[in-house]
Design a protein around this ligand. Structure first.
Ligand code: HEM
Length: 410
């Protein structure tokens, strides 16, 4: 009875609207699926576990085999260096702190602030480049190229190389997904292959920047590698790969989910077109209402944890479902309503605790700029397909295409 519910959430047929399934799931806040995995779907329980040191992000700590293709031996990353997303303190804190030095202070990083004008120019250029207002694929023509350009600029990765690293990044991002039924050996091979190729590519760039530094994060990571109390060369490569992937597989979905939500709520779209300041609370509500990271299937209990009337045993796999926690009526009034005027939008869209999203200030700025410019410039925009076709991924969820039309581009 319970297992089918989780399988239904992973089932592609439910990708466009997993929210009724989450409502079912929340009836059992901590659900033991019988296969070794504990699924946590209510807001307070998720928040508490995100701050609990008894829950590890390091999959090598997992001793109970889970049935969704994410067990230790099947994990493509298990023999390769681990990015800090998948590490616990003290290694996590050391790597995150060093990486932060080249990003700037946590809430308004210097680099993000400095990039604002440049990002605005990219947005304007992409909208100017739309030729046929009668048929736009917002993903291909806007939401994908914009964050890719931004993360390439931040890191100092040549934008022209996108065709090379796109497939590697896609493959690695897809490996975050539980895939019941898929051949784990083949999946493992594909992921390892992509990681090695991306690692080799970034190693070359880091070497170049070490010799000839530029004004970018790769240059700072290269300078930080090799010396005492800093990054090893392998750590610099792994961190650069983490930023590149995290920086372009997530924001694309927030921008696309944002436009989709606005087109379904035309009165909010109209308000945004008249007042770009609405973008700030609107993006927060979006991170609650349609978060690009729906599931965190990467935690392991390293001690017995009593929560929600259940004891999660040491070694068990734990899935947190922020996409569900964000719609928990125990936390948010009328949670299925998109309402940028909510006074209290403390969502789980960027996670919480020590792994809270490193790139949040950049993602916020990109999405605020993107949606306010689109709202102002697209005249009478409408959806051509609702729901649009979704990407396969359940963890990083979002439309693969967003076909829209408008009367004119101003
Ligand atoms: C971590 C979401 C954009 C870099 C996370 C986590 C979430 C998240 C939920 C926590 C993962 C966990 O607890 O296991 C998002 C969303 C984004 C976004 C929704 C866009 C809308 C970015 C960008 C970057 C980035 C643009 C890079 C510049 C990272 C890194 C971590 C992380 C490095 C790992 C942090 C750690 O383990 O300490 N993100 N992210 N993210 N994110 Fe983002």
């Amino acid at each position: 009875m319970t297992q089918p519910l989780i399988r239904q959430i992973l089932d592609y047929d439910n990708r466009a609207n997993p929210y009724p399934l989450y409502a079912e799931l929340r009836k059992t806040p901590v659900l033991h699926d019988g296969g070794g995995t504990y699924v946590v779907s209510t807001y307070w329980e998720i928040l508490s576990l995100l701050h609990d040191p008894r829950l590890s992000s390091d999959r090598r700590r997992r001793t109970v085999r889970d049935v969704y293709g994410l067990s230790q031996e099947e994990d493509g990353a298990s023999n390769l260096p681990t990015p800090f997303l998948r590490l616990d303190p003290p290694e996590h804190d050391r790597l995150r702190t060093i990486t932060n030095r080249s990003f700037g202070p946590p809430h308004s990083p210097r680099r993000v602030h400095e990039m604002r004008g440049e990002l605005e120019a990219v947005v304007t250029g992409l909208i100017d480049g739309i030729e046929d207002a009668g048929r736009i694929d917002l993903v291909e023509q806007f939401s994908y190229p914009f964050p890719v350009t931004a993360i390439c600029r931040l890191l100092g990765v040549p934008r022209e190389d996108e065709a090379r690293f796109h497939t590697w990044a896609d493959t690695i991002a897809a490996s975050l997904d539980p895939m019941p039924g898929e051949d784990p050996t083949e999946r493992n091979r594909r992921t390892r292959d992509a990681q090695l190729q991306l690692g080799g590519y970034l190693a070359g760039l880091l070497e170049e920047r070490r010799r000839k530094p530029g004004d970018d994060m790769l240059s700072e990571l290269a300078a930080a590698s090799g010396a005492v109390d800093t990054l090893s060369t392998v750590e610099a490569i792994t961190t650069a790969a983490l930023l590149l992937i995290a920086g372009h597989e997530t924001t694309v979905n927030l921008i696309t989910n944002g436009m989709l939500t606005l087109l379904r709520n035309p009165q909010v779209l109209r308000r945004l077109s008249e007042d770009p300041r609405l973008a700030v609370p609107l993006v927060e509500e979006l991170l609650r209402f349609e978060p690009p990271v729906q599931l965190l299937p990467n935690r392991t209990a390293v001690a017995d944890i009593d929560i929600g009337g259940v004891t999660i045993p040491t070694g068990a796999a734990v899935w947190l479902v922020p996409g569900s926690g964000n719609r928990d009526p125990q936390r948010f009034a009328d949670p299925d309503r998109f309402d940028p005027d909510r006074e209290d939008i403390e969502h789980l869209g960027f996670g919480s605790g020590i792994h809270i999203c490193f790139g949040a200030p950049l993602a916020r700025q990109e999405t605020q700029l993107a949606l306010s410019h689109l709202a102002r410039r697209l005249h009478n925009p409408r959806l051509l397909e609702d729901p649009p076709p979704y990407r396969r991924n359940a963890v990083l969820r979002g439309p693969r295409h967003l076909p829209i039309a408008c009367d004119d581009i101003r």
